[in-house]
Write a protein that binds this ligand. Sequence first.
Ligand code: PLP
Length: 393
Amino acid sequence: MTTVYLDNNATTQVAEEVLEVMLPYFRDLYGNPSSIHTFGGQVGQKIRAAREQVAALIGAGPEEIIFTSCGTESDNAAIRSALMTRPDKKHIIISRVEHPAIRALGAHLATQGYRVTELPVDKNGVLDLENLDKSMTPDTAVVSLMWGNNETGVIFPVEEASAMAHERGILFHSDAVQSAGKIPINLKNSAIDMLSISGHKLHAPKGIGVLYVRKGTKFSPFLIGGHQERERRGGTENTPGIIGLGKACELAAANMGKENTYVKSLRDKLEREILRRIPQSRVNGDVINRLPNTTNISFEFVEGEAILLLMNELGICASSGSACTSGSLQPSHVLRAMGVPFTMAHGSIRFSLSIYNTEAEIDFVIDKMPAIIERLRGMSPFWNTGKQACRTQ
Ligand code: PLP
């Protein structure tokens, strides 16, 4: 059975070109870039080149790039640095639909004496900047808003939001883990102070991330140790990961057009055909202002986990918008924040594509989905009787 991988917001395949450039750093060029000897020093030069490749993808300068271990570390480092460098301020603003790397951190900080405001979104997952305006106070240290949502793909107006924060002297961070490499990002003239990227979402390996910190922004390191990353992140560098991420960013820049034409047209075909062939299905989130590779579709009166299991039997990989919490399926915090009705939120599937998907794969999925949903609805007493809820909560 072949695999049809439509779960690229969870993680991506390492690009062949990326793997190629990484291999020498495991086999031969294993020196420590901090070493005085030439053997290690030559690796340091390659890291400098990778830093430039990463910076070029987001319109930054190489000195503004800090290599980390993942998107979660970058998010944590950004928020904590903002709070450490502004110790008199005890308020942070995030949104209700942030990834747990921000939201769970916010919940933790709330137990440590900080005030955390979570901005709401509307039924399409769209943020109202008026709410941001009203929420900022002289006590606010940082606003952190994601660029593109991992579940729905909805894009937040981070440029406008960062300008509003700057007007009040508030730092602005954006979690761009899902956006980097998919849509253009140019930080050159933006008011964004810090931005997170994760390698494994753009065809680099797991275990490498980036935190962009605007030149001149005060920074307090999260990992304190050696002198690496100009004292901003201690720890011996993940040299193969860094070299691989540099290549992945170069490829992403070259493939950006393809993301917004080829990938988008495959995503649109998948979505259009599913909606056409399957009754009582709908897309969650703003369908215009969204990442080109993502669609989140709800199928009424079926459970997402059951859909995933049947898809899995056919080798189709995707994610569901509900998770098993304390023995019962709970819709994701993103769908709940959007107020997606219970019977819809339960049966939601996120399909996330990449440049490596083919039209034949999409046709295969389009062909198989109606029977999967029909089979599950055939077993659902609620579908058959037309009752309004799968379960009472
Ligand atoms: N932020 C967003 C929006 C994500 O989608 C993810 C991963 O799914 C992360 C942060 C965390 O990234 P990592 O897995 O590299 O820690």
